[in-house]
Design a protein around this ligand. Structure first.
Ligand SMILES: [Zn+2]
Length: 77
């Protein structure tokens, strides 16, 4: 049976290359960035006078990143 030039797996009609770790990691990083950015936007909308302290804003950005990673992973199954 022919083998896939990319993943060396059996090249059947329904062949799909398994997702690479680096791509998965890149997707997680991208979703974390998106979530962090969303957190920043939320801060800008709900805290226009910047009354939230630096530590709290880091928590908001971090929470946004984690939530976005969770959504991405859940959507992937
Ligand atoms: Zn393949």
């Amino acid at each position: 049976m022919a083998t896939c030039p990319r993943c060396k797996g059996h090249l059947t009609d329904s062949h799909k290359c398994p997702r690479r770790r680096t791509i998965v990691a890149a997707e997680i990083a991208a979703s974390a960035l998106a979530g962090g950015f969303a957190g920043l936007l939320l801060l800008a909308v709900f805290d226009p006078r910047e009354q939230i302290t630096g530590v709290e804003s880091i928590l908001v950005v971090g929470a946004g990143a984690l939530v976005c990673i969770g959504i991405t992973r859940a959507a992937r199954g």
